[in-house]
Design a protein around this ligand. Structure first.
Ligand SMILES: Cc1cc2nc3c(=O)[nH]c(=O)nc-3n(C[C@H](O)[C@H](O)[C@H](O)COP(=O)(O)OP(=O)(O)OC[C@H]3O[C@@H](n4cnc5c(N)ncnc54)[C@H](O)[C@@H]3O)c2cc1C
Length: 508
């Protein structure tokens, strides 16, 4: 008989939540600590004047990855939170006012493609097939497998080269589609995980097939309701949760194994740590230098970060029924704008906007007769040296001008409230290095073995999950990073006393 081992999870993003549940299932005593006032990491929820705003993810793909977390404990996700499958996934609006509806019905989609470029019907089918091929390797075989051994890289390199993973998403899309408008619509997926379609590896084209296979969903009550459901599951399974607490240091012993932490509130011993903080923050700020392997030190210095995000939240005193739930309003420039954001790191006069209107699906987000919105705009991360405290207001006005000229004509006259978050807030709120929206960028030389490993690069009782680790950012990515730990965490359930503790907690 031995006491269950104590696992501390640093950070309560979706990666941390999923990892805590998986560790609990394996028989660990689990304590999850997050510096934010609520669980969810980037999926915080803001409340204002009777309006609600999900701050981060809104598009749910691969819903089965959430179902699995409930099934671990013989629960059903539907008993905690409902997923609503959307019919219209995204409406694209181009600078000339044309629109393109990307919808769940393949028939409707083919008609919409036909209306733009009839020759692209065949090309689209080929692109979908290419995406399926990538999915079958990139997602089904690799996404939830450990990738810290060079042998994995060598094993899968021929297959990845055969799938032309060295190509960019843009190159693959251009191979199949002629229309510039459709090329843009079918290449934006990397932006959802922090990458420039012009240099993101075409592995990320798998997102397209992932969407088609399982659909795009919205959680009833918003992503915040999904976080609440997971919080309830964590409480029912006996995971200790602590918010408004920041881990300031990880302690290691003489063998460079982690042995405990210091936080803004206390010191705590533990047998292992799962880190859901950004890997660069983990290796540069939390661990003693001597316990960090050269590989992690190098990555922390050299890795290319994802872009930053400017997110404008507002409520309106009227509804805009013609605005879809998810609208992507593309500006006059595509490659040039992305080059400004990712490479030159300058704030341009033009922009592209993802407009989220949850009230289109779930009116509970705003008082009756009103709408809740956020407008998400990719901007340079803090390596661009912009002082967002100075330029934030001006940029807000630029976005409002854009929205009034495109989607929401009389917006300023109907604002109930408005506030925004900048890359500086991502740095301050989530300790995201350089205020990056999605940790490190999803380029080829930062993927799979080259990405931060899920097994600590240094202490061997340290594990990593979340956007900066294999397989990558986005909800499916970070849930898979936690699934990788299934292969790495030793099972504790052999201890009878441990099993009994677990049973007792589950009964309550
Ligand atoms: C605006 C926005 C929209 C998005 N939209 C989508 C979408 O629609 N669909 C999708 O799939 N993905 C989307 N994404 C991406 C997705 O949200 C993220 O990739 C994912 O949620 C990141 O999860 P994570 O596990 O890496 O943790 P994070 O969400 O990054 O959470 C990590 C947590 O750890 C905490 N932390 C860090 N350091 C410490 C410390 N030292 N002590 C205590 N706590 C600490 C942080 O404060 C944070 O709460 C979006 C992202 C953003 C920002």
């Amino acid at each position: 008989m031995r006491n269950p081992k104590h696992c501390v999870v640093i950070g309560g993003g979706f990666g941390g939540i999923a990892a805590a549940l998986r560790a609990r299932k394996k028989g660990y005593t689990v304590t999850l600590i997050d510096r934010c006032p609520m669980l969810g990491g980037r999926a915080q929820v803001y409340h204002k004047n009777g309006y609600r705003h999900d701050a981060g993810p809104t598009v749910i793909t691969a819903p089965f990855l959430f179902d699995e977390l409930f099934e671990l404990f013989d629960r059903k996700r539907e008993d905690y939170v409902q997923f609503i499958p959307l019919k219209l996934w995204y409406r694209f609006r181009y600078a000339n006012g044309d629109t393109f509806d990307y919808s769940s019905s393949k028939e409707d989609l083919l008609q919409a493609i036909q209306a733009i470029e009839p020759d692209d019907i065949n090309g689209y089918q080929q692109l979908l097939q290419a995406s399926k091929n990538i999915y079958e390797t990139g997602f089904e075989q690799l996404a939830d497998q450990p990738f810290h051994k060079l042998s994995n890289l060598l094993r899968y390199t021929p297959k990845m080269l055969q799938l032309r993973s060295d190509q960019s998403v843009w190159q693959l899309v251009c191979k199949h589609l002629k229309s510039e408008k459709l090329r843009q619509a079918f290449s934006i997926q990397p932006l959802l995980v922090g990458g420039n379609p012009f240099d993101t590896t075409s592995i990320y084209n798998l997102i397209h097939f992932l969407e088609r296979k399982d659909g795009i969903h919205f959680a009833q009550g918003g992503t915040g309701a999904l976080v609440d459901a997971l919080e309830q599951l964590m409480q029912e399974t006996g995971i200790n949760l602590s918010y408004n607490e920041t881990v300031t240091q990880i302690h290691t012993n003489r063998q460079h194994m982690v042995s405990g932490i210091s936080t803004t509130k206390r010191s705590l011993d533990c047998d292992m740590i799962i880190s859901n903080t950004d890997p660069a923050h983990l290796y540069q700020q939390l661990l003693p230098k001597a316990s960090v392997a050269w590989s992690a030190r190098t990555k922390s210095r050299m890795c290319k970060k994802s872009m930053g995000l400017f997110v404008l939240f507002f409520g309106t005193t009227k509804t805009y029924p013609k605005i879809a739930h998810h609208t992507i309003s593309l500006g006059p420039r595509y490659q040039g704008l992305l080059d400004d954001i990712f490479n030159k790191k300058v704030v341009a006069d033009d922009c592209s906007i993802y407009l989220h209107r949850p009230t289109a699906t779930d009116p509970s987000f705003a008082p009756p007769g009103c709408d809740s919105f956020y407008a998400l705009v990719p901007v340079p991360n803090l390596q661009g040296k912009q002082d967002w405290r100075t330029i934030g207001e001006q940029f807000k006005e630029q976005i409002l001008d854009n929205l009034e000229n495109t989607l929401l004509p009389d917006l300023r006259a109907h604002l109930d409230h408005i506030f925004y978050k900048t890359p500086k807030d991502f740095q301050d709120d989530f300790l995201s290095p350089d205020g990056a929206g999605f940790s490190i960028a999803p380029v080829f030389y930062q993927s799979a073995w080259f990405r931060y490993h899920n097994l600590g690069e240094g202490p061997k009782n340290l594990y990593l999950v979340g956007a900066g680790t294999h397989p990558g950012a986005g909800l499916p990515g970070v849930l898979c990073s936690a699934k990788v730990l299934e292969h790495l965490l030793p099972d504790q359930n052999s201890s009878l006393i441990q099993n009994q503790n677990m049973q007792d907690t589950l009964v309550t």
